[in-house]
Write a protein that binds this ligand. Structure first.
Ligand SMILES: N[C@@H](CCC(=O)N[C@@H](CS)C(=O)NCC(=O)O)C(=O)O
Length: 211
């Protein structure tokens, strides 16, 4: 079988989550860069009808939606399991991924990170009103994640899971903003979690090149 192909830019958090699953699993893959800063390329729109990244292909099997890609990678290839088997832990993993997709990515990356980090890189200035508007939702998400993590090593229990790989790229950008400091100040669990996650080899191999 041919190696799978992942289409998406190295700077995209969702693309990085899918790459983290491939790296943690030890799967050989081809990463095709897709830059969307000047608009989503037509060939990517053909792969992903909602005009998003990433997209994935394995021996003619085409897939989009990051969570589906991550699960396929975990289930179709040999390597360490990235999903708990125990029903409650598995449900917790699914819940956290949904929380990240539904409530966390938008305010944290779509608003805070885009304004605070990306706007200056593109020659603009951050929209402070947009940042202020996003911060309550960011605080709520981080507080919820801190509570769900508790004193466990990883978000869904004592082993790394797709929930951790879904959050890690968001967290990497979030912690690069000064706004994260007061929000994380009273969240020792997330600090401890991040100290363990950010030094993983998969994180080094997928580090985005910005600027
Ligand atoms: N539901 C999609 C979301 C993917 C997504 O939002 N990707 C962002 C980059 S991290 C994107 O494509 N942004 C481009 C745009 O919205 O124009 C998934 O799970 O793959």
């Amino acid at each position: 079988m041919a190696d799978p192909i992942l289409y998406g830019p190295g700077y995209s958090t969702y693309t990085r989550s899918a790459r983290l699953a491939l790296e943690e699993k030890g799967v050989g893959y081809q990463h095709v860069e897709v830059d969307f800063l000047q608009g989503m390329p037509e060939d990517q729109r053909a792969r992903q009808p909602f005009g998003k990244v990433p997209a994935f292909e394995h021996d003619g099997f085409r897939l989009y939606e990051t969570c589906a890609i991550e699960r396929y990678v975990d289930e179709a290839f040999e390597g360490p399991a990235l999903q708990p088997v125990e029903p409650r832990r598995r449900a917790r993993m699914t819940q956290i991924i949904s929380v990240l997709d539904s409530y966390t990515y938008g305010p944290t990356v779509g608003q805070l990170v885009i304004q605070r980090l990306v706007a200056p890189l593109m020659g603009g200035t951050p929209d402070e009103a947009a940042i202020e508007a996003a911060l309550p939702a960011v605080r709520n998400c981080m507080g919820t994640l801190e509570q769900l993590l508790g004193d466990q090593a990883f978000l869904a229990g004592e082993r790394l899971s797709l929930a951790d790989l879904h959050l890690a790229p968001i967290f990497a950008y979030f912690t690069a903003t000064p706004d994260s400091v007061p929000i994380l100040d009273d969240k020792p669990g997330l600090h401890r979690w991040w100290e363990g996650i950010k030094v993983r080899e998969s994180m080094a191999k997928t580090e985005p090149k910005l600027g």
